[in-house]
Write a protein that binds this ligand. Sequence first.
Ligand code: FAD
Ligand code: SF4
Length: 511
Amino acid sequence: MSKTFRLILGDQLNHKHSWFNSVNDSIVYVIIELEQETNYVKHHIQKVVGFFAAMRCFGDELKAKGHQVNYITLNESKKIGSLEAIIEHLIDTLKIEEFNYQLPDELRLDNQLKDICKNISIPSTIFDTEHFFTERDELSIQFKDKKSYLMETFYRKLRKRFDILMDGDKPISGKWNYDKENRKKLPKDHTPFPPKVFKNDVSDIIKELEENEVDTFGEIEAKHLIWPINRKQSLALLKHFVNNCLPLFGQFQDAMDVNNWSIYHARLSFSIKTKMLSPSEVVVAAIKKWKENEDEIGLAQIEGFVRQILGWREYMRGVYWAEMPKFKTLNYFKHKNKLPDWYWTGDTKMQCLSKSIKQSLQYAYAHHIQRLMITGSFALLAGCHPNEVDDWYLGIYIDAIEWVEITNTRGMSQFADGGIVGTKPYCSSANYINKMSNYCSSCYYNPKERTGEKACPFNSLYWNFHYQQKDLLSKNPRIGMVYRNLDKMDKKVLTAILKQAKHYLKNINDI
Ligand code: FAD
Ligand code: SF4
C-alpha cells in the first residue's frame, strides 16, 4: 500500500479539516517540535510552551480517533536536524510515496516548504487550511486598481457575502459602524467579570526547553499555564466569552485599567491562531448569543466583535500576502533608535507602560489598545526602529505569528508602511491615555504637563514627533488639526517642549 506523509504545522491544529474526515491507514500525520520555531525570534516562554502543549494535545486527539500520528519532540527532532532533514529521514524510513502539507500562514515557512518540495524525490500536494473566510490573494484582487486598501470596504463586502448582521443588502439597523459608541472608560466602581484561565501542567515541556537550552523570556507557572491548549478548553473559553464578556465587549473595548489585566476582551486569539477554533464558528457563536439576548447585548457590542474577526483579521491577512516580503523592510520615518531596555522588564516610572509591559511578561497578553496606544505609540514617538519593535511584538505575545503581528505592528502601530494598513499614525499625548484609563492617577508623571521634571513623556514626545515628521505628515488630512495647533503654538513654548523631548530621548532608559 502506498504511503502518504501529511505534515501538520504548529498553527494548523484544525480538528475540522477534511483531512481528518476518515481514518486511512496509508496516511501518516506528522507533527514536529522544531528548533527553528523556538529561535527565529526570542519568544515569551508561554508562547513556546503553549504551542508545544497544544500540538501534543492535537497529536493525542488524532491518535485517539484512530489516525496514524508520528509526533516528534524537540529532543528527537534536534537529533535529526533541519525540517528538510527530518522530512527526508521520514520519507526514507517510512517508505513514503507522497508528501502533503497545508498552506502555511507565514511567508518564511511557505518559501521553505516550496524549496523542500523541489528537493525531495517524491510528489507533493498542497492543501488549503480550510480556516479563513477569504483567500490569501483576495484583498489584492479586490483593490487591484485602487490607490490604497480600505478595511471598511473589505469588511462590508464580507458582511454582505456571508450574510452576517445583514438585513437584505443593508446592515441590520441601517448602520455599519458603532465605533463611536464603543469608547468608554471603565467606571470607578466597576469590577470586570473574572477572567477564565486554565491550569495546565506543562512542567515536562519546560524541562525539555531547559534541556535544549531554548532561550526565552517572560514568566510561567509550570503547573498553571493559563492558556487553552486543546479544543475542549478553547470551546470553554469561547462559551465564557459569549456568556460573560460579550454584553460589555464593545463598550469597554478601548478601556484600560490599572488593576485588571483582562477586561471584556475574548482572549481567543491563541485558540483561533492555532486553528483550534475557526473564525466562523466564533462569529456564529457570538451572533447566536446576541440573537438570544438582544435586550442584554446591544448591536454595538456584537458588531464591534464581528468587525475584529471578519474585518480586521481577514484584512490583515490580505495585506500580508499582498505586500510581503517588501513590507518587512519598510521604515517610512527612517527611525533608527533602540527599544528602551525597560521593554524587557517593565521597570519604568511611566505607569501605563510599566503596567502594560509587566502584564505582558506575566501573561504573554495585552489587549489591542495597550498594544496600539501604549507600547506601540511610545515606540513610534521614541523613534524606534521597526525591526526592533517587530521583534518585541513577535516574541512577547501568545498569539504572535508574523502575518498578523507585522501588519499590526509595522503597519497599524508604527506607520512604517507609510499608510498601507491605515490612513494615519496611531499615537497620542497623555490626554487620550488619561481619558481611556486610570493609569495616570497613580503615575509618577503628570499627564497635564508638557515640560518640567514631572511632565508626562508622551506629551513632549508627541509634539516632537509631529514637528520632526512635518514633511511626511502635514499634508495628511486626517491629522491636519495637529499641524494647525503646532503652527499656532507659541515659539518659546514649542522650543521648551522640543528640549524636554530631547532630554527624554537622551535618557530613555531612565524615564
Ligand atoms: P479581542 O479584542 O477580544 O478581539 C477578538 C478577536 O479579533 C481576536 O482574538 C483576534 O482574532 C481578532 N482581532 C482583533 N483585532 C485584530 C487585529 N487588529 N488584527 C487581527 N485580528 C484582530 N493579534 C494577533 O493575533 N497576533 C499578534 O501578534 C498581534 N500583534 C499586534 C501588535 C500590535 C502593535 C497591535 C496594535 C495589535 C496586534 N494584534 C495581534 C491585534 C490584537 O491586538 C490582538 O488580536 C488581540 O489583542 C488579541 O486579544 P483578544 O483575543 O482578547 O482580542
Ligand atoms: Fe502614562 Fe503619562 Fe499617564 Fe504616566 S502620566 S500613566 S506616563 S500617560
